[in-house]
Design a protein around this ligand. Sequence first.
Ligand SMILES: Cc1ncc(COP(=O)(O)O)c(C=O)c1O
Length: 373
Amino acid sequence: MGPGPSNVAPSVLKAMAAPLIGHLDPRFVELMDEVKAMLRVALETKNEMVFPVSGTGSAGMEFCFVNLIEPGDEVIVGVNGVFGTRMCDVAERCGARVTKVESPWGRIIEPQQIAEALKKTPKPKLIAIVHAETSTGALTPVEEISKLAHDAGAMLLLDTVTSLGGCPVKVDEWKVDALYSGTQKCLSCPPGLSPVSLSPRAMAVATTRKKKVQSWYLDVNLLASYWGQERVYHHTAPITMNYALHEGLRLALEEGLDKRFERHRKNHLALKSALETMGIQYSAQEGHRLWQLNAITVPEGVDEMAVRKKMLNDYSIEIGAGLGPLKGKIWRIGLMGETSSLENVKTFLKAFGEILNSLGRKVDVKAALAAAK
Ligand SMILES: Cc1ncc(COP(=O)(O)O)c(C=O)c1O
């Protein structure tokens, strides 16, 4: 119940125990096509260039920047937590001239802030934001920022590592040009692959660059030959991880995206109602709180680390700590994918309540459980 990896679905673990076949085996090629087709459904897109990069979410982040950015390009990045900060670093390493649009950690990037930045940087090549900021629990709405980006002639890049599979991600409707995600959050697979999507416009940018992409491994011009129709050897795909993603996506689509999102929303509300009876507050901006990552404020006088340690050592429950300016101030409770269940909410509440009581902060666990119901 931390910020990811989340619990892996049993059938995903079983799929991973299947014998290996080759990365150019006809059945593996079929499986690649099925993964791409299911990813398009999950991402609500018709984009041709959709596939999982071999590597974790950060590899997907690099994939997007190295393919789209050339030295000297202007980029605007929304920074409201760890991952916006990381995007700036990656963009700068590609030679981009980066304009940061900063919000306090826990708040979203407001369209107005992007509009202001566009006054100073009117012709950026790319505007990048983190949809679900795992470090703070805030969900930044995409549509208005997308419109501002496209009106300015820029592409929109979206980090959906924590959002995909837990709340709507509408690539075509929101006109997202480049996107990366991860397998270990709401898709309930182990870490290891990064689903990515490039729009036809982003593909045109990547294929008509002045200079070669500086990363051979992440160059979409080369990867397209392996993941596209030609099936030319590029690298040995992580076969087992693709089995896992295939099964993780199959489970998500079998449940149905709307039902899955509703499950995440309901379990978030159950946890929230219960925590409120305990006098615990959510820390992210109201109206923009993630269902899958519940960031809550550590009450005055309670030792943040002592609670987390007791959770892990006495109850075998992992929850996350705050990072950067939120270190020691918040806990992050994941209800991602397989982990998002009322059973887990109740198990967490019992453990958390007992620990708070043992530390002298009296809370009514029964009342909290009733509120969760
Ligand atoms: C929003 C977000 N972006 C990017 C990443 C980086 O992904 P990974 O750790 O899989 O490389 C994470 C990881 O937690 C994340 O939560």
